[in-house]
Design a protein around this ligand. Structure first.
Ligand code: SAM
Ligand code: ZN
Ligand code: ZN
Ligand code: ZN
Ligand code: ZN
Length: 393
């Protein structure tokens, strides 16, 4: 029997090697993905207006990232070296995997499953690895809501009967097109021609996926960076230039009843977004009014900070629910050309701007994003800053 021992040992070490090599393969893919993204970033940010100043970007950030994607050993060595060099490399990288990398990998896995582009966490300000409250148990939701207990997922709406090849090019004939006009241009950009909720075509429509009336429903094609700001916690930016009208993402989270949202306070309240597009401003909300609570689950958009002079605006879009269900998606749209790496912002209290201009601004009135009961100084830095983030009345 003894003569079998060397053979068994040999077999065991071979299988261990195979397992380790498998790990190496998936790690390869990840590293290649990062490298690919960095290459794209380079090209895009040095072309056209991408070469303009990047106010929120420290030079050290992206360069530091780049150093982490050194070529893997086997690329320049013999196949013999691959066998031994790779497992050592992987073992080292596994033990060195930071909290940031673990969460970033998990978010990227879920974003990729939803068809979306990469997400990076970057901190050039201090030692915090990931934003507070973000751990391995935080469910990343690229494009969908989670529904709170007791809220049933609504049934889908009917589709239009436009031409199955040409699509819904004639807005006046399409049952989906809001106000019988196209909310999007041929390039898939928001046309800024309506303040109404947009009804996009859906799975029951007879038109093809390239129909002009489908934009926000598609997965995010742009990579995003969640980065630490100097004074406003973490923020979000996109490392490529954006044109006016580009839809950058959907605000997701737990869909909760408004009455429950109104009871929220403190930090949690500041991630809660009222879906109130169908509500009359001076009336009580209807019984089926909802809010999106992105405190315990959500996506990268929960890091978008407020500015009194923002570069994004929100639009309400439905495509898998009926407008009267009051469960639209909140899509974020660029209101101007946004150079790569500029911090993305939207106005948490757009109605305040109107009051501010009319000198009727009270600091204590309805806002779409709830805020804690203590006042927060606005640090957006805009010349026309309104000085305070609103407080819940
Ligand atoms: C939806 S969160 C935005 C992400 C947040 N910065 C973070 O690190 O998680 C909203 C909170 O961010 C901070 N914030 C956002 N915009 C701000 C601003 N213009 N000035 C000061 N604080 C801001 C406030 O603490 C606010 O309650
Ligand atoms: Zn259509
Ligand atoms: Zn149609
Ligand atoms: Zn349709
Ligand atoms: Zn401000």
């Amino acid at each position: 029997m003894l003569f079998l021992l060397p053979l068994v040992c040999h077999f065991l070490s071979f299988s261990t090697l195979l397992i380790t090599l498998n790990k190496a393969t998936s790690s390869d893919v990840e590293a290649a993905g990062v490298a690919e993204f960095l290459r794209e970033e380079d090209t895009q940010s040095t072309s056209g207006i991408g070469s303009s100043p990047q106010p929120n970007r420290r030079q050290s950030g992206p360069l530091k990232q780049k150093q982490t994607v050194a070529p893997l050993p086997h690329t320049q060595t013999s196949s013999h070296e691959v066998v031994f060099a790779r497992p050592l490399n992987i073992a080292a990288s596994m033990t060195r995997m930071s909290r940031r990398e673990i969460i970033q990998n998990e978010w990227n896995r879920l974003a990729r499953d939803a068809g979306a582009a990469r997400i990076e966490f970057i901190n050039d300000v201090d030692e915090e690895e990931v934003p507070p409250g973000i751990g391995v148990l935080f469910p990343y939701l690229e494009r969908k809501y989670l529904f709170d207990i007791g809220i049933a997922e609504p049934s889908p709406m009917a589709g239009c009967e436009c031409d199955g090849v040409a699509g819904c090019s004639k807005a006046s004939k399409c049952g989906c097109c809001t106000e019988r006009k196209h909310a999007y241009t041929d390039q898939g950009l928001f046309a800024f021609n309506t303040d109404e909720e947009i009804t996009e075509c859906n799975t029951y429509c007879s038109c093809p996926p390239k129909c002009i009336n489908r934009v926000a429903q598609f997965p995010r094609p742009l990579p995003v960076q969640i980065f630490k700001t100097e004074e406003r916690g973490w923020g979000a930016r996109i490392p490529v230039n954006l044109v006016r009208g580009r839809v950058v993402g959907l605000y997701t989270g737990l869909l909760i009843r408004r009455e429950d949202a109104d009871k929220l306070s403190g930090r949690r309240a500041s991630y809660c977004f009222d879906l109130d597009v169908n509500e009359a401003p001076d009336e009580d909300p209807p019984e089926n009014a909802y809010s999106v609570d992105a405190y315990g689950c959500g996506n990268w958009t929960r890091f978008i900070n407020h500015s009194c002079v923002p570069n994004l605006k929100i639009i309400s879009v439905v495509y898998d629910t009926m407008p009267q269900d009051n469960m639209p998606y909140i899509a974020l749209v660029a209101t101007k050309t946004i150079p790569a790496y500029t911090e993305l912002t939207f106005d948490y209290n757009p109605s305040h701007q109107i009051e501010f201009e009319a000198k009727r601004y009270k600091e204590k009135s309805k806002s779409i994003m709830k805020q804690s009961k203590t006042r927060t100084r606005c640090l957006c830095g805009a010349a026309q800053c309104r000085k305070w983030l609103s407080v819940v009345a």
